[in-house]
Design a protein around this ligand. Structure first.
Ligand SMILES: [Mg+2]
Length: 241
């Protein structure tokens, strides 16, 4: 029997599930963050020029790293971003913590209002489901924010299992994170394809759990579209068995 795409259903029988990373894979994190920062700067009367946005993202990376290495608190890294980025742009931020936190909340509102999935994400999930694959999501993130992203972008009903590292207690690339999503899907890990944009977290991790791994770069100009890449991988794995 030949299915859509010209390959036989027997050959694709090897895989039973496709699991995805969220940020940078199905969810346009960079585009959302850029639109969010643009809206925030403009709400302060500042021009969201390329240098201004670059300085915002450089401060985000630098201060987030200081929080990760436990040098400052989570809230303080947010305040430091405002303190370092805004004065050179000509905006004096509040001096007190309460004022800074309230200003950062307005950035978060702008960021959230800008949340977007990549345009083809939902249709790909729907097509895979029609083809009979179980669908999983595995993301290193906070449960509340990641579920909120799924709801906001309309991807929330597309999965059979949604695993956030906060809920399951394991983070990618720990193989136990991948084994957990396979378990929740009721599928052996060896019959799952994992699709993600981070080589170390997504691909090394998935393979250490016995899954197939597909690395995607949604921002590369010459990147094959994700649908083509996923279907090619499904065909290749079918060929290998
Ligand atoms: Mg990612």
């Amino acid at each position: 029997m030949t299915g859509r795409g010209g390959f036989s259903s027997e050959r694709v029988g090897a895989l039973r599930a496709v699991c995805f990373d969220l940020d940078g894979t199905l969810f346009d994190h960079a585009g959302s963050a850029r639109a969010g920062a643009t809206g925030f700067l403009e709400s302060l009367g500042l021009a969201a020029s390329e240098p201004a946005l670059n300085s915002w993202f450089a401060a985000e990376e630098e201060q987030f790293e200081r929080w990760r290495s436990r040098r400052i608190s989570f809230q303080e890294q947010r305040r430091e971003r405002l303190r370092t980025v805004l004065p050179p742009l000509g905006y004096r931020p509040p001096a007190d913590a309460v004022g800074l936190d309230s200003l950062f909340d307005s950035y978060l509102s702008s960021y959230r209002a800008s949340w977007r999935a990549f345009p083809e994400s939902l249709s790909l999930l729907q097509e895979l489901r029609k083809r009979g694959y179980r669908l999983g999501l595995l993301t290193n993130g906070a449960e509340e924010q990641q579920l909120d992203k799924l709801a906001h972008t309309g991807l929330d009903g597309a999965f059979d299992a949604v695993c956030t590292s906060e809920r399951i207690g394991f983070q990618k690339p720990d193989s136990r994170a991948f084994l957990t999503v396979a378990h929740e899907l009721g599928v052996d890990a060896s019959r799952c394809l994992f699709v993600g944009d981070n080589p170390a977290h997504d691909i090394v991790g998935a393979r250490s759990a016995g899954m197939h791994g597909l690395l995607v770069n949604r921002y590369a100009e010459d990147a094959a579209d994700i649908r083509t890449a996923v279907l090619a991988c499904i065909m290749a794995s079918g060929d290998a068995r």
